[in-house]
Design a protein around this ligand. Structure first.
Ligand code: ADP
Ligand code: MG
Length: 309
């Protein structure tokens, strides 16, 4: 499925959400292609930090104009970050999207801009826009719920978009984790921010348990390679008895939030360690090294030239 994370307005959290979704999907074992069509390249920058730090699961990103990037046919999920600075790519991405995810910050300007975006979607898809989902991001936790409830009511009344009930609060951990190349649920798995994000991701991608089915299939095929297993599998069913017939459909997969949480909890200590080391490195003045690395990468990018489609 192709999900384009879009909005005509900048700063609503498109790149932040795309990055966190990318890590979440990878942690859930989904074959995910991540594409950055925004010339600001925020998504590419955060992925570069993650790669430099060697954080697992690794995330890769393809960046460029729409015509430069490839959309692999075997990807389970393709997520695309777009920006208005490359309007041509933005429009092409919208045309091929199965659905659009629109993060909206709770302000009047954002509601107007979302309204304009809905018209943009109609116009650029010949009146046949993909499913469009909005949600409130950067909800101010100090202001109480009134402003966000009003924004939610306005979004809910907008024809052409469906408002998701999930909200992401404005939390420092989103900014801190991003600068470390980490997802929120890796840096602070037990935080409210992680709970809110996991709920949103699970609603967006409810079939995360496919990774478990993949694992079960793999186990099954390695069992078939084993002589004694093969014999057992070849026995007529009445000789094995009903209890021996355990099929994939009889195994109920764990909810993906649990799995991702389990992954995150397993990784918890390591991640915290990494984050601490990252902070220490910055304090030691070695953060400079990263900046230099970034510069080098940028100049390499320039030298590399156009990527093959
Ligand atoms: N839920 C959130 N809580 C706190 N900060 C956020 C949240 N979502 C995004 N941000 C911050 O808002 C700024 C803009 O986010 P970004 O993802 O770059 O937006 P966009 O891609 O739409 O321009 C960044 O500084 C990011 O760290
Ligand atoms: Mg962005």
């Amino acid at each position: 499925m192709i999900t384009v994370i879009a909005n005509l307005k900048g700063g609503t959290g498109k790149s932040t959400v795309t990055f966190n979704l990318a890590v979440w999907l990878r942690a859930a074992g989904r074959r995910t292609t991540v594409i950055d069509l925004d010339p600001q390249r925020t998504l590419s920058d955060v992925v570069a930090v993650r790669t430099e730090e060697g954080i697992e699961p690794a995330v890769t990103v393809e960046a460029g104009h729409f015509s430069d990037v490839s959309l692999p046919a075997d990807a389970e999920e393709i997520i695309i970050d777009v920006g208005t600075a490359d309007l041509g790519s933005f429009k092409q991405a919208v045309m091929i999207a199965d659905r659009i995810l629109i993060p909206v910050t709770p302000s009047q300007a954002d509601i107007w801009s979302t309204q304009r975006f809905v018209r943009f979607l109609y116009k650029n898809t010949h009146g046949n826009p993909p499913e469009s989902l909005t949600f409130l991001n950067r909800v101010d936790t100090n202001k109480g719920n009134r402003a966000s409830d009003e924004a939610a009511a306005a979004l809910d009344a907008l024809p052409g978009v469906s408002l998701m009930p999930h909200r992401l609060s404005d939390r420092q951990v989103f900014r801190d984790s991003f600068s470390e190349g980490l997802a929120v649920f890796e840096l602070e798995p037990r935080s409210v921010a992680s709970r809110e994000f996991n709920a949103l991701a699970q609603t967006m991608f409810p079939h995360g348990h496919r990774s478990m089915l993949d694992r079960l299939r793999k186990q099954k095929s390695s069992a078939v390679e084993d002589e004694t297993f093969r014999e057992a599998l070849e026995l007529p069913s009445e000789e094995r008895g009903a209890t021996d017939r355990v099929g994939i459909e009889e195994v109920s997969p764990a909810p993906v939030a649990e799995m991702v949480h389990a992954n995150a909890w397993d990784a918890d200590d390591g991640m915290h360690q990494k984050a601490r080391e990252g902070k220490k490195r910055k304090k030691d003045g070695k953060g400079k090294k990263r900046k230099e690395g970034k510069k080098a990468r940028k100049s390499k990018k320039g030298k590399k030239g156009k990527r093959k489609a």
